[in-house]
Unconditional design. Structure first.
Length: 282
């Protein structure tokens, strides 16, 4: 990337798959509560079967489509980041539907499947957190160290322009930022895992300085704080890139077998349900 080009968006702020998933899960919960009052929920009734089929279909899409988009040249359709968002959405809504299908009864193989479902969903949240530690382009492709360093250089130029005429209160914001710079220099696995906590501490201290400004000064200083936070993120990504890769590799080693195990247990549950006559296919 040449200096002077626009800085690429590498954060996930523009994606709202978690929010949409949460809304859909709330709707599913509301429907289940209504059905609890109006009928007798159960996995063997028509509504229960429908929920199970739709949930199983979404879980199958979770298990396959994002992997196909990453690994197979013949499936290069759409942006990788959009497929990840869809992967997260189906990975949350699908299990919620299956949970509703079970009517919260966890017996036998169905109970084992639900246990694996909870483990895989929890693992997915961990994976998304680790995913955000690795710098990526707007489309979701991983950036090289050179590209991230170029972005950090451009952001530093923006900071230099914004602080050309420094006031005492701007200095206070810069001191609050500098007091946390040591956090971004650590390259350990632990620094990747606790970055959310450290970011919260950073925002707390910088926002404390912002609140001491009057309205006009605060509006002017918000752009500076935004760019300072961007520089902080880039510096951390540069220093922790190798550690983040190690963590993602270890996570894949655990998450993928868990997902396959979940899918196989769900398939066995479906086969057993059909075999013992709980569902008539024809």
């Amino acid at each position: 990337m040449a200096v002077g080009q626009p800085v690429a968006v590498t954060r996930l702020e523009a994606n709202h798959e978690l929010e949409w998933s949460f809304v859909v899960v709330l709707i599913i919960a509301a429907v289940y509560v209504a059905y609890e009052f109006l009928g007798t929920p159960g996995g063997s009734d028509p509504i229960g079967h429908t929920l199970g089929i739709v949930g199983m279909t979404l879980m199958l899409m979770t298990e396959t489509l994002y992997t196909f988009r990453k690994r197979f040249h013949w499936f290069q359709v759409g942006r990788l980041r959009a497929w990840l968002s869809f992967h997260i959405f189906t990975g949350l809504v699908g299990p919620a539907l299956v949970l509703t299908h079970s009517a919260f009864e966890f017996n036998g193989l169905a109970g084992l499947s639900m246990f694996f479902t909870v483990i895989v969903v929890a693992s997915g949240f961990v994976g998304r957190y680790l995913y955000t530690a690795i710098p990526r382009s707007r489309a979701g492709a991983e950036l090289t160290l050179t590209e991230v360093t170029a972005q950090e250089f451009e952001v530093q130029q923006q900071i230099d322009r914004l602080t050309a005429q420094r006031s005492t209160r701007v200095d206070a914001i810069l001191r609050a930022d500098a007091s946390h710079q040591a956090d971004t220099r650590q390259s350990t696995i632990g620094s990747v895992l606790i970055r959310g906590w450290r970011d919260w501490q950073y925002r707390r201290d910088v926002d404390r300085q912002l609140r001491q400004l009057d309205r006009t000064e605060r509006l002017a200083a918000k752009e500076l704080t935004r760019v300072l936070r961007r520089r902080r993120e880039l510096e951390r990504q540069i220093s922790t890139l190798q550690a983040a890769h190690h963590l993602m590799s270890a996570w894949h080693t655990v998450h993928v077998p868990l997902g396959v195990t979940l899918f196989l247990s769900a398939i066995l549950h479906v086969i057993g349900t059909v075999y013992f006559g709980a569902v008539k296919l024809f």
